[in-house]
Ligand binder design. Structure first.
Ligand SMILES: [Zn+2]
Ligand SMILES: [Zn+2]
Length: 253
């Protein structure tokens, strides 16, 4: 299931200029970020958001592009960060190669995080399906190095790209809900990794919530508002199993 994070949600800057595509691209080209990507990313989705913002800065201020060069970026948590989006010309594929394919980047480097975690591959497949459905993308699944002199997207990811190009995309698997350990409530203050996991997911859904692993009054308020919005039966402000599961399974509205 596609977990799309819009530019507004990741607090991206507005593009200086947008060039619309008038002809549907043949497919997608897959990229990595090169350089070093911290392996800590895997444990903290906030770092993904920071990195997506940084990439936009490198591209707009460093390279002087109108926007992030990519169509979208994919993180280890199966999230797809919308950058230029469907039906907009990317700039990351290289001169003369941008109208032919959308540009999808994985938050991977040459050092640090170099092997795509499963969540990233699921997100990449979601992103490709999204661009086929919403952007008219054709069947091509290629790497940046196809037709351009670069190592991008790195050997581990390129092997996956080659396999998908040959065999087609893997089926869209269900979203994996992290195990529910206990009812979260306040008071007294509960702390733990499960609290952090839930807070992180609520933040991804667009709620203004701190990710500190402490279930206090602010978390309680978000839990109450979310359960009410989704019409889930729970004691107000408590995260029971139904409220927990809905954080991953309910559509984001
Ligand atoms: Zn590239
Ligand atoms: Zn992430």
């Amino acid at each position: 299931m596609l977990d799309l994070i819009t530019r507004e949600q990741w607090q991206g800057r507005r593009p200086r200029e947008v060039t619309r595509l008038t002809v549907a691209p043949d497919g997608v080209k897959v990229h990595y970020l090169a350089g070093t990507v911290s392996p800590e990313l895997v444990h903290d989705h906030r770092l993904c958001v920071d990195l997506v913002q940084e990439v936009q800065g490198w591209h707009m201020d460093g390279r002087g592009w109108n926007d992030t060069g990519y169509t979208a970026l994919v993180c280890p948590h199966r999230a797809v960060f919308e950058a230029r989006g469907p039906w907009v010309l990317p700039s990351a594929n290289g001169s003369g190669l941008n109208a032919g394919h959308y540009a999808l980047a994985c938050l991977l480097g040459e050092h640090g995080l170099v092997t795509p975690p499963q969540g990233m591959l699921d997100g990449l497949a979601d992103g490709i399906r999204w661009l086929r459905a919403e952007g008219g993308a054709g069947r091509d699944i290629l790497g940046h190095r196809d037709g351009y002199a670069t190592e991008c997207p790195g050997d581990p990811l390129y092997r996956v790209v080659k396999r998908w190009q040959r065999e087609g995309l893997p089926p869209a698997g269900p979203v994996r809900v992290p195990p529910f350990a206990r009812i979260l409530k306040y008071p007294p203050l509960m702390t733990g990794d499960d609290v952090r996991t839930w807070q992180q997911q609520m933040r991804r859904r667009g709620w203004a919530i701190g990710v500190d692993g402490k279930f206090g009054p602010a978390s309680k308020a978000v839990a109450a508002a979310f359960a009410k919005e989704k019409k889930i039966v729970s004691i107000s402000g408590q995260v029971n199993k139904a409220v927990w599961d809905a954080a991953w399974l309910a559509p984001i509205t």
